[in-house]
Design a binder for this molecule. Structure first.
Ligand code: ADP
Length: 682
């Protein structure tokens, strides 16, 4: 076995490869860019080496810098992970020339699949089923256009050198053809440096199925079963499962055999994936990914094997540990990719500090994560935070295990998709295998989240606002919750706690019934919740001035707010962060924005032109200079507090005398910000 391994990658895959390497006592070496010098993969490796600035071209995509890192750290082998240089034959070649073991296929095998045109033509010749299309060498646009018309519409145009779903164009109408070809050509050239295009019949709603293959350098080839990866957005996979459901036994057998044939055909070594489109009856070769894939985990779950271990063994010159007859598949596994992106806004990527990232810990659930609480998600790389994988004897059980695990995944700080994934996993469409890669074009409306918060959640939110320590509510930024069990409060908190009458937040006013009202909003809707107290204890909450819910026994324990609401004991995982109340309940992450009375006071003072700040915050901008004459209503300063910007305006005409704070400075509550000498009235 090799003795040291550099992983030329980051995020979850680097962590995952290190885990197996450690199991074999292999020294682990991470590489990092300036975007994340303290990333989890950097912390977990035995050694870490800086390879350059954030831009991938100058770090993870630079063959030179990766090889320099290997030299500097004395690495014996390099694992490329997926993405970045993993399917770059020049990189594999350069490793070989530098005397480094490349944990992957030989450069020639990568090159054989590097061009979709060459690969498809070769596989067609070898007798592997492919979709009708044009993969000729005559590439002038006029010729492509006439080939396209011969092929018929709809069709798909793919850059020959493409990957990751980039640059593909679907043409449905003849009138679009010319522009689509010209556009695809430009994109192929700029994105891949190769303008060759492939035309292929477009299947409107196929499934994406693939076969995991493995080969050693001694002529042994096996498959490790198939997977379905049809739940995608922008042609990128989000949910993957093994085995692929709903395929006739004879078709499955032929497909697996075809995959092994593909691997043999190109003299493959190591882990690889042969991808097919499946139209319900037949399968068609699409491409081969010459690397370990994101979704290898579901194959591991059903085979009980460690694919990275196999890769390391094969790279060390060993034969495959098992023959085809010894490889058994057992049960069903499904993986969901938890990504920093917003399903409510067309899966727009999101970046920022993860103030809470709590992964599920259920039985039969595996988590391969690249991020934990406190980590920063940089905007530079892909949005994958981690993968949650559930195994069960049956498919439906695996799906419900996984959706339950995703419901118990808690993330604050960036937008994430786990609740959306959970809804897909619970949907009849997925459970009955009535989905295809066109799911989002055709059925997106089936997976949208709740438009409004359930009344129970509003009740719990109000009780949380009342119960959470004032410091949590006041601070503009919650202190990073420690470790796994982070929550709104450390220990248990009962509601009767007002030691000093001034601390009491029970709405007590002499001679009036004790009531306190909270206003909050979520997804554009406003809610009011009025808590009524008897002897300092909440006894009811009235939601939106309409429904009154009797409440009792409120508790806040280990980040869970609970209360008896009428006859049920309701509870929700929660986190208070500034004026945000996060509650996780019924498969939703409800992020209430609390209307803090002091925010209203802020607006009030602002409109009256007060020069102090009622909230602690940071000076976001200073609009004036000392000596400057201003008119009433002019903006003087912007204060950022509670994740919002507030304008400080001039209460009267005057001249700026003193500015007490500089841009970027923190301002304590109640501070005077500037002094303004009034213009004498004539
Ligand atoms: P890439 O290498 O960019 O990932 P692929 O050829 O693997 O490109 O295709 C990626 C995805 O595009 C597939 O998973 C599928 O969703 C879609 N796709 C590719 N070819 C076709 C086709 N002929 N008809 C319909 N969809 C297709």
């Amino acid at each position: 076995m090799i003795k040291s391994l550099l992983v030329a990658n980051r995020g979850e895959i680097a962590c995952r490869i290190f885990r197996t390497a450690r199991r074999f006592g292999v020294r682990t070496i991470a590489v990092f860019s300036d975007a994340e010098p303290n990333a989890r993969h950097v912390r977990e490796a035995d050694e870490a080496f800086r390879i350059g600035p954030a831009a991938p071209r100058e770090s993870y995509l630079s063959i030179e810098r990766i090889l320099a890192a290997a030299r500097a750290t004395g690495a014996e082998a390099i694992h490329p992970g997926y993405g970045f240089l993993s399917e770059n034959s020049q990189f594999a070649q350069a490793c070989a020339e530098a005397g480094l073991v490349f944990v992957g296929p030989p450069a020639a095998a990568i090159a054989a699949m590097g061009s979709k045109i060459v690969a498809k033509a070769r596989m067609r010749a070898a007798g592997v089923p492919v979709l009708p299309g044009y993969e000729g060498s005559r590439q002038d646009l006029k010729h492509l256009e006439s080939e396209a018309l011969k092929l018929g519409l709809p069709l798909i145009i793919k850059p020959a050198a493409g990957g990751g779903g980039k640059g593909m164009k679907i043409v449905r109408q003849e009138a679009e053809l010319g522009a689509a070809l010209a556009g695809a050509r430009r994109l192929a050239e700029s994105a891949f440096g190769d303008d060759a295009l492939l035309l292929e019949r477009y299947l409107p709603a196929p499934r994406h199925v693939e076969v995991q293959v493995f080969a050693d350098g001694q002529g042994n080839f096996v498959h490790l079963g198939d997977r379905d990866c049809s739940i995608q957005r922008r042609h990128q996979k989000l949910i993957e499962e093994a085995p692929a459901p709903g395929i006739a036994a004879d078709v499955r057998t032929r497909m697996r055999a075809a995959a092994v044939l593909v691997a043999r055909e190109i003299g493959y070594v190591s882990a690889g994936t042969v991808e097919f489109l499946f139209d319900g009856g037949e399968f068609y070769f699409m491409e081969m990914n010459t690397r370990l894939q994101v979704e290898h985990t579901v194959t591991e779950a059903v085979t009980g094997l460690d694919l990275v271990e196999w890769q390391l063994r094969v790279a060390s010159g060993e034969a495959l540990p098992l023959s085809q007859a010894d490889i058994r598949l057992h049960g069903h596994a499904i993986e969901a990719r938890v990504c920093a992106e917003d399903p409510e806004r067309d899966f727009l990527p999101s970046a920022g500090e993860l103030r809470l990232m709590q992964w599920p810990t259920e039985e039969s659930v595996r988590v391969d994560a690249g991020f934990v609480t406190g980590d920063v998600v940089p905007p530079t790389y892909d949005s994958l935070l981690g993968k949650v994988i559930a195994w069960a004897p049956e498919r439906t059980q695996a799906a419900s295990r996984l959706s339950a695990a995703l419901d118990r995944t808690y993330c604050v700080g960036v937008h994430t998709n786990e609740k959306w994934l959970s809804r897909v996993l619970r949907s009849p469409r997925f459970l009955e295998v009535r989905h295809s890669i066109a799911l989002l074009q055709e059925n997106a409306h089936e997976f949208v989240g709740a438009a409004e918060a359930a009344p129970q959640t509003v009740v719990l939110a109000a009780l949380l606002a009342h119960t959470a320590p004032a410091s949590d509510l006041l601070s503009t930024k919650a202190s990073a919750p420690a470790g796994h069990e982070a929550g709104a409060s450390g220990g248990s908190r009962s509601v009767e706690r007002a030691a000093s009458p001034w601390d009491a937040r029970d709405g007590f006013v002499p001679n009036l019934s004790a009531r306190i009202e909270y206003k909050m909003s979520w997804r554009g809707r406003s809610y009011t919740a009025e808590i009524e107290f008897t002897r300092g204890k909440p006894v009811s909450v009235t939601v939106n001035a309409q429904t009154r819910w009797n409440v009792a026994d409120v508790s806040l324990t280990d980040g869970v707010i609970a209360a008896c609401i009428e006859t049920v004991r309701a509870h929700a995982r929660c986190l208070v962060e500034g004026s945000h109340l996060h509650l996780w309940s019924a498969g939703e992450h409800v992020d209430f924005m609390l209307e803090d009375p002091r925010l209203l006071e802020f607006s009030a003072t602002a409109t009256q032109g007060g020069l102090t700040t009622p909230l602690p915050g940071v000076v976001a901008a200073i609009a004036v200079e000392i000596g400057q004459a201003v008119r009433a209503g002019d903006v003087l300063m912007m204060i950022e507090a509670m994740k919002m910007e507030h304008a400080i305006t001039a209460p009267y005409d005057g001249t700026v005398k003193i500015i007490h704070f500089a841009r970027g400075e923190r301002v304590p509550e109640g501070s005077e910000l500037l002094e303004l000498a009034p213009t004498p009235t004539p």
